[in-house]
Ligand binder design. Structure first.
Ligand SMILES: [Zn+2]
Length: 90
């Protein structure tokens, strides 16, 4: 336990973070949140699922606005699935 006080030191050099405004993963290029990003979010927010959903909702709104500007039309229809459905408590 004590050895893992600073997990950021051992993180890979290409973390799974969103690349705006495309909302692709900087680490693996998949649509963000990619699987590794989802897993680390679930770990990070394991004690507060509500906070995770609020956070993801904020990101989804931002992504929707940026992606719809890029596309020149409405935001992709699957954003709720992509950002929120997997994070809901079951
Ligand atoms: Zn990734």
């Amino acid at each position: 336990m004590a050895a893992r006080r600073r997990p950021e030191v051992s993180r890979p050099s290409r973390p799974h973070l969103p690349m705006r405004p495309l909302w692709r993963c900087r680490g693996c290029g998949a649509e963000w949140p990619c699987q590794p990003a989802r897993l680390s979010l679930l770990v990070e927010y394991r004690d507060d699922r509500t906070a995770l959903l609020v956070y993801l909702g904020t990101l989804m709104a931002e992504a929707g606005a940026q992606l719809s500007q890029l596309n020149g039309h409405a935001a992709p229809a699957n954003l709720t699935e992509r950002f929120l459905s997997w994070a809901r408590a079951r």
